[in-house]
Design a protein. Structure first.
Length: 421
């Protein structure tokens, strides 16, 4: 038998430290609140890119022609009663320069391409995509834009964009990696007071930035709008989802173990959730659906680790029924420590890869998981076990008091003095 680690000696300090972190997090929540993402914040999220005009595509043929610009290709769709329906796809790998793109489009009947001066030799992969859907060329010509291709062409920074958008009031601007792309995410909250918010704000964003950096230098890559009712409903559903998860875990743990173990397990996962809340609030990490997924993932991981620990405590209790519970608990935690550490570190390696090699919401998701995994192991040992030990000590104290009272009653009935007097 290896040396038993006396985890129980650290229960009180651990509870005090955890309580301080949780209180600190709750204070931050009520003072600063969450940095709500697009899913929970009514308003407009607009992705814009600062770029240069590269050319213009127009259509004068019969029927309709729609143009879609993506990260990897241009796609033309011809349709209409007077035209044969067909699709033309120009992959940037097969057509590496803008001149190649122009030559290929020029072969299509009715399609005309005009490139800006000096753009012919530029790579086609520099064309800025847009996710707004297909553009009808038969109605309006489509302007093509290109991203800066070297440091000397980068003409604006995030500070310039923020300065330009100051007239809109409280606006959030974030850089979308890589920084050299000059692509930014602009968020404007909708307070519900302006009925023309969805049509006016996107135009205002573009106009304000163009006034600062120059005309035809702003490309709207994507626009997302979340209404107040949707964001409120999603927030309520997320809260209910976490609450129902806790209740189901409590029910399962009660069936699997005694009530004190079930309450200890739920207390541990509540601890993990609140620790993550404190981390999210004070680091200003974006709170979105990925964050909710991370919290629920940690709750599942933590309860699994806690159940494994409690299974070992129950086995040790059966093997050593006459031993003090605190000794049984310390031995069980020592025996399962290696398994918990190895499992957690193995999981962390995969999560660490996500954190290091991804960006955006996936990177935040991985970071939240790293914090949650650490908290999950800690709470199983020092929070759930501490609660069960407190419960058992209290129950044993009541049993000793009850036994003493039962012993004193016969002594008084017989007229004899209690033992030890």
């Amino acid at each position: 038998m290896k040396r038993v680690i006396r985890f129980s000696k650290f229960f009180v300090p651990a509870v005090l430290i955890s309580s301080a972190i949780i209180i600190f997090g709750l204070i931050g929540y009520f003072v600063k609140g969450f940095n709500l993402g697009v899913d929970f914040q009514a308003g407009i999220n607009e992705t814009i890119q600062l770029a240069y005009p590269a050319g213009e595509v127009s259509f004068t043929g019969k029927g309709n022609a729609e143009l879609t610009v993506s990260e990897t290709q241009l796609m033309l769709v011809f349709s209409g009663a007077e035209a044969q329906k067909r699709t033309v796809t120009l992959d940037y790998k097969s057509y590496p320069t803008l001149a190649d793109i122009k030559a290929a489009l020029g072969k299509e009947t009715g399609i005309s391409v005009k490139l800006s001066e000096g753009s012919d030799a530029l790579p086609s992969s520099s064309i800025v995509p847009t996710y707004q859907g297909n553009t009808l060329l038969s109605v309006n010509p489509v302007k093509l834009y290109r991203a800066p291709i070297n440091d000397s062409e980068r003409f604006a920074s995030i500070d310039i964009v923020r300065e330009a958008l100051k007239p809109l009031g409280q606006v959030s601007v974030q850089t979308i990696n890589p920084v050299t792309s000059q692509r930014y995410l602009v968020r404007v909250r909708d307070d519900g007071k302006n009925p023309q918010f969805t049509t006016m704000i996107p135009q205002t964003i573009r106009q304000l930035i163009e006034d600062k950096v120059g005309k035809d230098r702003v490309v709207v890559v994507k626009t997302d709008y979340v209404g107040p009712r949707y964001s409120q409903t999603l927030g309520q559903q997320s809260a209910w989802l976490v609450l129902v998860t806790l209740l189901l875990i409590l029910l399962y743990s009660t069936i699997r173990f005694k009530i004190e173990y079930a309450l200890g397990a739920v207390l541990a996962i509540m601890h993990d959730a609140l620790i993550m809340v404190a981390f999210i609030v004070w680091t200003r990490m974006e709170f979105n659906t990925a964050t909710i997924a991370a919290i629920l993932t940690i709750l599942g991981y933590s309860i699994n680790d806690t159940i494994v620990q409690f299974d070992r405590v129950r086995e040790e209790r059966k093997i050593h029924p006459s031993e003090r519970f605190v000794d049984v608990l310390d031995r069980a935690l020592t025996l399962t420590l290696g398994r918990s550490v190895i499992t957690t570190l193995t999981t962390m390696l995969a999560v660490l890869a996500l954190f290091l090699f991804t960006t955006g919401s996936i990177k935040d998701f991985a970071l939240a998981l790293l914090i949650g995994l650490t908290s999950g192991v800690y709470s199983t040992i020092f929070i759930a076990s501490a609660f069960v030990l407190m419960w058992e000590n209290r129950r044993e104290g009541k049993e000793r008091k009850q036994a003493k009272l039962q012993k004193d009653v016969p002594d008084k009935a017989s007229g004899k003095a209690p033992a030890g007097v």
